[in-house]
Design a protein around this ligand. Structure first.
Ligand code: CA2
Length: 157
C-alpha cells in the first residue's frame, strides 16, 4: 500500500502495549527487566522530545481496544511502536489492523521471544511491521523511537 506521509511535527507516535504489560516491574524481572511501564513511558516521551516529536502512550489488556487504537493511529498518528504482548502470537485481528496502517510500524518486545517457548516464535505482527526490535529490554523502545524517526525521514525524501 502506498504510504501517505503524515507530519510527525503535528501527529504523535503511538506507542501501544498489550496484555499484562501493566505488570512490568512487579514480577519476572529476569525476563522483562526492572522498569515499570510508567518508567518506559517517561523515557520514550523524553527520547521522542529530543527529535521534536510527541507520543501517545497506551496499554490495554483487551484485543479490541488495541485494534481501535491501531485504527486511530492511522488517522491521528505519524507512526506506531507496538508491543502486542501475548497477542503477538495469536491475533489475526491485530495483524489486519496493522496492515491497514500506512505509516511506519515497529514491533517491539522486551524479551527475545525466539529464544523462549516455541509458541512465542510466531509473530502475526511481524507480517505487517517494517522492523522488529527484541531482546533489549526497555532500551528497545528507545531504539524503536530512533528507528521510527529514521523511517519517517526516508519517507519525506
Ligand atoms: O517480551 C515482550 O515484550 C513480550 O511481548 C511480553 C509478553 C509476552 O507474552 C511476549 O511473548 C513477549 C508478556 C508481557 C507480560 O509481562 C509481564 C510482566 C511482569 C509480570 C507478568 C507479566
Amino acid at each position: 500500500m502506498a504510504r501517505k506521509a503524515q507530519s510527525s511535527k503535528t501527529f504523535p507516535i503511538y506507542v501501544l502495549n498489550g496484555p499484562n504489560l501493566n505488570l512490568l516491574g512487579t514480577r519476572e524481572p529476569e525476563v522483562y527487566g526492572h522498569a515499570t511501564l510508567a518508567d518506559i513511558e517517561k523515557a520514550v516521551k523524553a527520547r521522542a522530545k529530543t527529535h521534536g516529536l510527541t507520543v501517545t502512550f497506551r496499554q490495554s489488556n483487551h484485543e479490541g481496544e488495541l485494534v481501535d487504537w491501531i485504527q486511530e493511529a492511522r488517522t491521528t498518528g505519524c507512526g506506531v511502536i507496538l508491543n502486542a504482548g501475548a497477542y503477538t502470537h495469536t491475533s489475526v485481528a491485530l495483524l489486519d489492523a496493522c496492515r491497514a496502517v500506512n505509516h511506519p510500524l515497529i514491533e517491539v518486545h522486551l524479551s527475545n521471544p525466539y529464544k523462549r517457548e516455541p509458541y512465542r516464535r510466531r509473530s502475526f505482527i511481524a507480517e505487517a511491521a517494517d522492523a522488529l526490535i527484541c531482546g533489549l529490554g526497555a532500551n528497545g523502545y528507545l531504539l524503536a523511537v530512533d528507528a521510527l524517526v529514521a523511517l519517517l525521514k526516508e519517507e519525506k525524501e
